[in-house]
Write a protein that binds this ligand. Structure first.
Ligand code: HEC
Length: 120
């Protein structure tokens, strides 16, 4: 296994081990699927980062996050980093998450950065 595959395996294991509440909030989803890379605080310092050649995005960075539209964030989550010419270390979640779960995650990232597109 290469590093990317190991990370994906770790992400999958975290997913399998996590309980699945009926209607998870954006924060619940983030903790389950994203925190191992992006960190529990969303600051890009998850447990995986030591081994990662490209560091996960800091979702609390309001300056950067204000430069992204909600659609861009949605595309990153659904199709992965590659869809935006970013790192394949950001996995695609489209086969795992329902559209409303992706929306909840986008809303939660807006809470983390305390920003909107164009308004840091
Ligand atoms: C296996 C590690 C990993 C996991 C798990 C992960 N990400 Fe990422 N993510 C990354 C990395 C690495 C980048 C940076 C890619 C780059 O800048 O090239 C990134 C970037 C992003 C970006 C920024 C794209 C941009 O416009 O710069 C968003 C949004 C994002 N992740 C959301 C999420 C969400 C939401 C989840 C959970 C559903 C998640 N990520 C799970 C590794 C991960």
């Amino acid at each position: 296994m290469n590093a990317a595959q190991r990370l994906l395996a770790a992400a999958t294991l975290a997913w399998l081990a996590a309980p699945a509440p009926a209607q998870p909030s954006g924060e619940d989803l983030y903790r389950t699927y994203c925190a191992q890379c992006h960190g529990l605080q969303g600051n890009g310092k998850g447990i995986n980062v030591r081994d990662m050649s490209v560091q996960p995005r800091d979702h609390t960075d309001s300056k950067y996050m204000a430069g992204r539209t909600d659609d861009e964030l949605r595309t990153a989550v659904v199709e992965g980093g590659q869809a935006l010419s970013k790192s394949v270390l950001m996995p695609p979640w489209g086969s795992v998450l329902e559209p409303q779960e992706v929306d909840a995650l986008v809303a939660y990232m807006r809470e983390l950065c305390d920003c909107q597109h164009g308004r840091p």
